[in-house]
Design a protein around this ligand. Sequence first.
Ligand SMILES: *[C@@H]1O[C@H](CO)[C@@H](O)[C@H](O)[C@H]1NC(C)=O
Ligand SMILES: *[C@@H]1O[C@H](CO)[C@@H](O)[C@H](O)[C@H]1NC(C)=O
Ligand SMILES: *[C@@H]1O[C@H](CO)[C@@H](O)[C@H](O)[C@H]1NC(C)=O
Ligand SMILES: *[C@@H]1O[C@H](CO)[C@@H](O)[C@H](O)[C@H]1NC(C)=O
Length: 490
Amino acid sequence: MQVFFCCHLFSLESKMAAVFLTWVLVSAIFFEPFVNARPSPVASDKRLNSSDNEHLVTNLPGQPDVDFRHYAGYVTVNEKNGRALFYWFYEATTQPDDKPLVLWLNGGPGCSSVGYGATQEIGPFLVDNDGRGIIYNPYSWNREANMLFLESPVGVGFSYSNTTCDYSALGDDFTANDAYAFLQKWFLRFPLYRKRAFYIAGESYAGKYVPELAELILDRNSADPSLHIDLRGVLMGNPETSDAEDWTGMVDYAWSHAVISDETHQIIRKSCNFNSNDTWSNDDCNRAVDELFRQYNEIDIFSLYTSICIGDAASSDDKALQLMFTRSSTMMPRIMGGYDPCLDDYAKAFYNRPDVQKALHVSDGHRLKNWSICNHKIFKEWSDSKPSVLPIYKKLIAAGLRIWVYSGDTDGRVPVLSTRYSLGSLGLPVTKAWRPWYHQKQVSGWFQEYEGLMFATFRGAGHAVPIFKPSESLAFFSAFLQGESPPSSR
Ligand SMILES: *[C@@H]1O[C@H](CO)[C@@H](O)[C@H](O)[C@H]1NC(C)=O
Ligand SMILES: *[C@@H]1O[C@H](CO)[C@@H](O)[C@H](O)[C@H]1NC(C)=O
Ligand SMILES: *[C@@H]1O[C@H](CO)[C@@H](O)[C@H](O)[C@H]1NC(C)=O
Ligand SMILES: *[C@@H]1O[C@H](CO)[C@@H](O)[C@H](O)[C@H]1NC(C)=O
């Protein structure tokens, strides 16, 4: 990749610089082209003659026949540095003009929303287990909404920057600002969606991205009504939320699910101060947390009761996974889960095919992009991570957004206890007491409603809930969009 110049200012004042550059970009872009790209008055115009035909996906290898359109390609979020984010957008299967727009984000940081969300969890095309094709997902969330998947920030999946030092400036703020710039530019390409009811959903480290982006949208909405985005709510699954509570929950969960001994648990509880910024200076704490990761390295931390991928055990990704379980990190390692634990490998094989890259408008089919499901370097070098997004929750609640949080209860990485401790510390009044919710006459999990927030569990689901409970997840998503509690009777 070509490097135009190096932005020294990024190393010291990355946040300010990123905010400033994005602001410059955003103001530069919007005023002018937005006027030219007014929504067409007649919806059917879009069907016949859309400005986005360039990104229409028409020949995805092995794609099952479907009667909705989907689009993929790059959106430049910073012209000066040459930053471009890759998206894949699926119109709703029926009546797309009447359905909301939902942005889905995966976490990492450094992991791909296309590799996980779109092709392992909730998109219409899932990677097939021969690694060479895709299969139709009857529980795709685009039955209920127009679904937009974004690979974010640069360095993730196909998304890139032509300025290498952008990569060392990555963090929460950088990500939110680029995602916001992306949305505004994406609306220029898809003007019919600009005024659409909009939701943001995501899981894992996106537990930080989602509220951060929501907050930015609210702030920008009030700063400039002409750029208004009709944000209605957020949905988060097994979300990283507040580091101190997340760590405590992870430790208690490992103990209560027989992963670590009573002794190890007691040492951690006694010697680790997860509220401190100096947690790891205590040797007893270090050793005991190492022991926890040693045990989790034997199984799949993201799904306690399923098998691990043994097939290609020597793959570099597996080694990277080990590295990522370091105690110094508060970050979310990559996901390995699902009924077929080797899904990550199939996704990698599929997205590195020349014909697939060409169909998705990421390369000409000759000079290929190097796609991987998670970028470990991004994970390790993440420079700005908010210790807690709970203060943002308060702001979103005050703004009247719909906030739903769910948790697969067999995940050990951001376990249900972490989320309960985090949400508990908000001290919100309970409006509807803990009770089961049902799907097809079975208990899918439990839920509790608070003033301003809903929390639900998924019984027997790992970290990436829809992989394990596709039908339940779709029903839950539909309830979320309608703002109705999930069914609390059989
Ligand atoms: C689509 O619309 C543009 C602008 O109105 C027009 O210039 C162009 O010829 C149209 N293309 C087709 C295929 O109708
Ligand atoms: C990045 O550089 C390549 C090669 O010069 C160029 O084709 C591409 O358009 C640039 N990307 C952006 C977003 O400017
Ligand atoms: C830790 O927190 C204290 C008190 O808030 C602060 O003075 C100190 O600089 C912090 N240390 C680091 C390494 O961030
Ligand atoms: C892709 O990245 C991997 C890991 O960084 C590297 O080993 C491989 O050579 C790269 N492939 C290409 C085609 O650049």
